[in-house]
Write a protein that binds this ligand. Structure first.
Ligand code: AMP
Ligand code: ZN
Length: 461
């Protein structure tokens, strides 16, 4: 039985899909004004793990992820310029060019991290009509009002506002900064639609003149379009709980008059060196940064799998080194299992399999699942263990099907050429020359070992 922690109920709930044939799931996607950093990517790995947990427990999925290419302002509230416009200005490009470029890189990163692409990827700018319709409906139902600069959601009309984060409206209002927009009825009211100020770079026609959508409305409009009014799972990072998801709930439920998402799931934040990630600290690392430092993207996936998604994860390069070494060890052990023709008692295999599934079913416990694999590889070498690992890989997604002998790949041409000339020297009984070449190979960090069949070369560790 799959249990998942539900932010809404604050407990692990048994997962019961609305429709047993298909799980409907929505995940907040990237704002494509910059490269995704490792914190963002942790959250997408988390979403991928939910998907894979559902799949290996027998569910089919209809997943939707949005691409935010308009409406996400510099502050998560309604202030500041649009993030897309800021990037466009800085890079002297159009918002469309910015969005296309970073969307492309984003999907390349996902691919490297073995993150599945959801069944539907929806761009905000392709859904302006749906958003306008949503806003119109909220106005008609009396949940929204117009000011001189936009259409706002009236949170006082929505009694459950604050339920997800557990913050009551009174506390929020008391803690909020003074509203800049005095026409707003309450500082917590948020923009559904903004009227375009002069020269605003992205704007569309609407019943309220030229304008652009608020950020929260896009997720409500697109989830409704593709998943229906009521769906199973909504995921995102914990930072989205107090504003973005609270606002999504308000919009959805105001329209539907009922609860629209059954399970809210949130990934905890990634820290770097124990602190916040920020541009000014230069620690918003990307996958490319990690690759440039000699890590494989899957070392980062492994690093993330090692911590439960509901725990903060502190990124350090020492931690990455450990992840890289552990993954290499795991792969080396699996390779030996792969090459063995021995068998393992099916009962033992079944026990590992059951434990693994139990870990996955216990709120997607990836570190526990990984630990079970680590115990399994200590079994005497057997092809069955490798095949077991391949089944586990449907969840872990560490590409166990692609592992191969490191030596085969890693020996540079130059060393192979030297080894060949050493073999020729030996054949010609020029042992002095052969020894000199061995020394040269040695000095370059490789050792050569003569065998009955010829020789093998190994990188020295
Ligand atoms: P954004 O592109 O800013 O909308 O963020 C994309 C996703 O990354 C959202 O689901 C955020 O919750 C998540 N996110 C942002 N920063 C971090 C972080 N430091 N650690 C984990 N997730 C994050
Ligand atoms: Zn969203």
């Amino acid at each position: 039985m799959l249990k998942i922690y539900n932010t809404l109920t604050r407990q692990k709930d048994e997962f019961k899909p609305i429709d047993k044939n298909i799980v409907r799931m929505y995940s907040c996607g990237p704002t494509v004004y910059n490269y995704a950093h490792i914190g963002n990517l942790r959250t997408y790995i988390f979403t991928d793990l939910i998907r894979r947990a559902l799949q290996i427990t027998g569910h089919k999925i209809k997943g939707v992820m949005n691409i935010t290419d308009v409406g996400h302002l510099m502050e998560d509230s309604d202030d500041g310029e649009d993030k897309m416009a800021v990037a466009a200005k800085a890079q002297k490009k159009t918002p469309l060019e910015i969005a296309d470029y970073y969307t492309k890189v984003f999907f390349e990163d996902l691919k490297k991290l073995n993150i599945q692409t959801p069944e539907i990827v929806a761009k905000a700018t392709d859904h302006i009509d749906e958003m306008i319709d949503f806003v119109k409906a909220l106005l008609d139902k009396g949940y929204a009002y117009e000011t001189s600069d936009g259409i706002y959601f009236d949170v006082s009309k929505f009694e459950k506002y604050g339920n997800l984060s557990g913050k009551k409206l009174d506390e929020q209002v008391a803690g909020a900064r003074i509203a800049v927009d005095t026409e707003k009825r309450s500082p917590e009211d948020f923009a559904l639609w903004k009227k375009a100020e002069k020269g605003h770079i992205m704007q569309w026609e609407s019943p309220w003149g030229m304008g652009y959508p608020g950020w929260h409305i896009e997720c409500s409009a697109m989830s409704k379009k593709y998943l229906g009014e009521v769906f199973d799972i909504h995921s995102g990072g914990v930072d989205h709980i107090p504003i973005h998801h609270e606002n999504e709930i308000a919009q959805n439920e105001a329209l539907a008059d009922k609860q629209t998402v059954n399970y809210w799931m949130h990934a905890e934040f990634m820290l770097v060196d124990g602190g916040k990630m920020s541009k000014s600290l230069g620690n918003t690392y990307t996958i490319k940064d990690l690759e440039d430092r000699g890590y494989d993207a899957l070392d980062f996936r492994y690093f993330c799998l090692n911590a439960h998604y509901r725990k903060k994860l502190n990124f350090t390069f020492e931690g990455m080194d450990m992840a890289k070494t552990a993954r290499a060890r795991l792969n080396a052990a699996l390779l030996e299992h792969k090459e063995s023709s021995n068998k393992t008692d099916p009962k033992i295999i079944k026990e590992y399999e059951d434990k693994f599934i139990a870990a996955v079913e216990d709120d997607v416990n990836a570190p526990l699942a990984l630990g079970i694999l680590f115990t399994a590889i200590k079994e005497p070498k057997s092809k069955d263990i490798y095949e077991l690992a391949l089944r586990f890989d449907k969840f872990l997604a560490l590409s166990f099907d692609k592992i191969k002998k490191e030596q085969e790949d890693a020996i540079p041409e130059e060393i192979i050429a030297l080894a060949n000339s050493r073999a020729e020297a030996k054949k010609a009984r020029d042992f002095k020359k052969a020894d000199a070449i061995r020394d040269e190979i040695d000095a370059k960090g490789y050792s050569i070992l003569d065998t009955r069949e010829g020789y093998t070369i190994k990188k020295k560790v």
